[in-house]
Design a protein. Structure first.
Length: 274
């Protein structure tokens, strides 16, 4: 869980924004030659820690996370305000000249949630975003999108009730409406009976009664009204053949079970933002 030191009193602000914005940060060292050594990594961590300690405006706080991670907490700041502070710190770190043989930067993920929600979940979201920033080359701040689900409906075909409940709960928190069907046949019939482009996105489990996820995916792609609907496939861990079959069949993304509901929500947001 997030450290108790993060529980600082917020500065007086509008009561309309009761946010706790959290960043997960990983220092990065890039020596002029070769790969970074342990000393290079330590130098990078010290420099990032120093800048954060002197630059962040109270009541924002930073403290060690897991491994080399640094966690920043910004009470009552929204994403844009916190991102502005981090971007300024990032540029200052990049422009330091005290150690010219090692370039230092950091990658960060930034997430926000209301204070009465689970802060650990917010930190987990920030960590996923940080990993995304690193995968895109590093030296960047990856920001959680604002909830944009209002007015969008997602079709869910999943026969496991517990899994369906987890998905529905998480997506409804993002503002999406979710229409759930326990098998592929009923999901297809409902989609065909609905109006033009009824769903913003569809999530299909692979193994379902009456019609499995692969056949359902194929029927969607054959139907002119449904063909453009982005589809996310849920498949069992390690089922590589399922992944290949799903992507070759026209799926836009896949998620391996068991999965993080937070990761699922982020992938949905990314697909719908395209």
């Amino acid at each position: 869980m997030i450290d108790d030191r993060a529980r600082t009193e917020p500065r007086p602000r509008s009561s309309k924004r009761q946010l706790m914005t959290v960043a997960s940060i990983i220092p990065e060292a890039f020596p002029s030659e070769g790969t970074p050594t342990a000393a290079d990594t330590e130098t990078a961590a010290q420099l990032v820690d120093e800048i954060l300690a002197t630059h962040l405006v109270p009541p924002a706080r930073h403290f060690p996370g897991v491994g080399d991670e640094i966690v920043c907490v910004f009470p009552d700041l929204d994403r844009a305000e916190a991102a502005g502070l981090l971007e300024t710190a990032r540029h200052r770190i990049r422009n330091r000249t005290e150690i010219p043989e090692v370039m230092v930067s950091f990658s960060a993920g930034l997430a926000a949630d209301t204070r009465d929600e689970d802060r650990q979940r917010t930190l987990d979201t920030a960590r996923l975003l940080r990993s995304d920033a690193q995968a895109k080359g590093g030296d960047r701040v990856q920001i959680q999108p604002e909830a944009t689900g209002e007015g969008r409906t997602i079709l869910l075909a999943e026969d496991d009730l517990l899994t369906a409940r987890l998905i529905i709960h998480r997506l409804q928190r993002e503002g999406y409406a979710v229409v759930h069907h326990p098998d592929g046949q009923s999901a297809l019939e409902a989609a065909q009976a609905a109006g033009p482009q009824p769903y913003a996105l569809a999530i299909f489990d692979v193994k379902m009664p009456r019609m499995d996820g692969f056949e359902l995916l194929g029927r969607f792609k054959e139907d002119p009204k449904l063909a453009s609907t982005p589809v996310v496939m849920l498949t069992g861990m390690g089922a590589e053949q399922d992944v290949v079959r799903a992507l070759s069949g026209g799926a836009d993304d896949y998620i391996l079970k068991p999965f993080s509901p937070t990761e699922l929500a982020l992938r949905v947001q990314r697909l719908l933002a395209k």
